[in-house]
Write a protein that binds this ligand. Structure first.
Ligand SMILES: Nc1ncnc2c1ncn2[C@@H]1O[C@H](COP(=O)(O)OP(=O)(O)OP(=O)(O)O)[C@@H](O)[C@H]1O
Ligand SMILES: [Mg+2]
Length: 409
């Protein structure tokens, strides 16, 4: 067994799939699907396992999938759905003539679509498609539903309505703060919505990933290391998968070992792994925040203590935030205290300047960064919500202005 099939960071894990039994996620989702006659919203923070849970619960054969991220207009949605159906060419029919006509239409349409013809859809064709799903007992899954333009979301929900009434199962996957846009746009669907919410991962659940994976590779890694990993993963199974994969890479473990091997990575090795992974995941978000809003006026350069270097206010505030840990909730006073340790006194920003910079960052987080807002500034508190951003700041920013090396804690 290859290591990359064991620790799957970004795809569908099988050996290291964790069912999180205590959370009852699969069970709730399965019950809602069985019950039917509703739109099921699966929500959870970015990379919390929404897609993995839905796919695992449904199995490969039982759904038709549209990826909301690829949809810009309504026809595109229906085209993608049609293409995902994979209609068997030579199916025999014992159904009514109406069924047969619908089926023939679908086969022809799918062939045209695969030849690159852009199809347009009317209510009748849409209904044919949805009826086919319902009759074949296929769930319609729209992943990243929140990426679709609101107009398309509304149109899709509206088209689903009558088929839901007949028993079609539709699953919409979205990030929490956008989950109920769908209900908002079509009030009448209320009462026919179910919500399965994915909570963030605890350490006990995260540590199942290295346990299962290292066992499969016949590799022994001390509990202490696995605990450090679950601490650092900060609620993210994706980070955990990547740490484990990197550790294997460090020891050149490409596949299951014929004889059991034991590794005991040093703090230095772990630090290297964390720094590399931090760059892979949190850097782009950090850079967007650090750049601040576009403005024509040149920002003031603020000199660092004991150094020839300077930073603008966005960089300095983020460095101060990083030096708190970073924590997930930080009061202004803590940021001010950290700024005092970073900048020369004459260049310290005033409270209103810090507040304004953090307000702009909140705006950037809302408008320019996909998914849940990664930072929010409200009532003199800064809230950090993104495990990847926090992880990046922890390993690649926190020590920027500290003479000593990285200490954990
Ligand atoms: N149940 C699980 N067991 C083990 N690893 C998991 C599990 N769920 C998720 N992961 C890990 O996290 C990664 C991200 O999961 P997934 O793509 O399902 O998240 P998501 O919530 O759909 O993310 P996005 O918000 O980007 O759509 C997976 O590729 C896998 O590495
Ligand atoms: Mg997903």
């Amino acid at each position: 067994m290859k290591t990359k099939q064991v620790f799957v960071a970004g795809g569908m894990p099988s050996i290291t799939y964790v069912d999180r039994l205590a959370q009852n996620l699969e069970k709730s989702l399965r019950s809602e699907i069985r019950e039917g006659y509703k739109v099921i919203c699966v929500t959870g923070p970015t990379k919390s396992g929404k897609t993995v849970l839905t796919r695992h619960t449904l199995g490969p054969e039982r759904s038709a999938l549209v990826n909301g991220g690829q949809v810009e207009d309504s026809d595109e949605f229906w085209n993608l759905l049609l293409q995902d159906l994979n209609l068997p060419e030579s199916e025999t029919h014992d159904g009514s003539t109406e069924d047969t006509i619908g089926y023939r239409y679908l086969v022809t349409a799918q062939r045209k679509a695969s030849e690159g013809e852009a199809l347009t859809f009317n209510n009748r064709n849409k209904k044919t498609l949805l009826t086919y799903l319902r009759e074949k007992d296929l769930a319609l899954v729209v992943d990243d539903f929140h990426y679709m333009p609101e107009k398309v979301q509304r149109e899709v929900i509206r088209s689903l309505k009558s088929e839901i009434f007949e028993g079609l199962c539709a699953i919409l996957i979205a990030v929490p703060h956008r989950a109920f846009d769908a209900i908002g746009v079509e009030r009448e669907m209320e009462g026919r919505f179910a919500h399965v919410e994915i909570p963030s991962w605890n350490k006990g659940e995260l540590v199942e990933i290295p346990k299962k994976g290292f066992r499969a590779l016949n590799v022994d890694v001390p509990h202490e290391t696995q605990d450090v990993f679950s601490e650092e993963a900060n609620g993210s199974p994706l980070l955990m998968q990547r740490f484990c994969g990197r550790l294997c890479d460090h020891y050149d473990i490409e596949e299951t070992q014929s004889q059991s091997k034991t590794f005991n990575p040093s703090d230095e090795t772990l630090k290297e792994i964390f720094e590399v992974v931090a760059k892979q995941f949190g850097l782009p978000t950090f850079q967007k925040l650090a750049k601040g809003p576009q403005s024509r006026a040149k920002r003031l350069d603020r000199m660092l203590l004991n150094s020839e270097r300077s930073m603008d206010i966005y960089e300095a505030v983020l460095a101060a935030v990083a030096n708190t840990g970073p924590k997930d909730k930080i009061h202004y006073n803590e940021i001010r205290d950290e700024l005092r340790k970073i900048l020369v006194e004459t260049d310290l920003p005033q409270k209103h300047e810090v507040s304004s910079a953090l307000g702009h960052m909140s705006g950037i987080a809302k408008d320019e960064i996909d998914g849940e807002p990664v930072v929010e500034w409200a009532d003199d508190h800064l809230y950090l919500t993104d495990p990847f951003l926090m992880f990046y700041m922890r390993w690649n920013q926190r020590t920027l202005n500290q003479a000593s090396g990285v200490n954990k804690g």
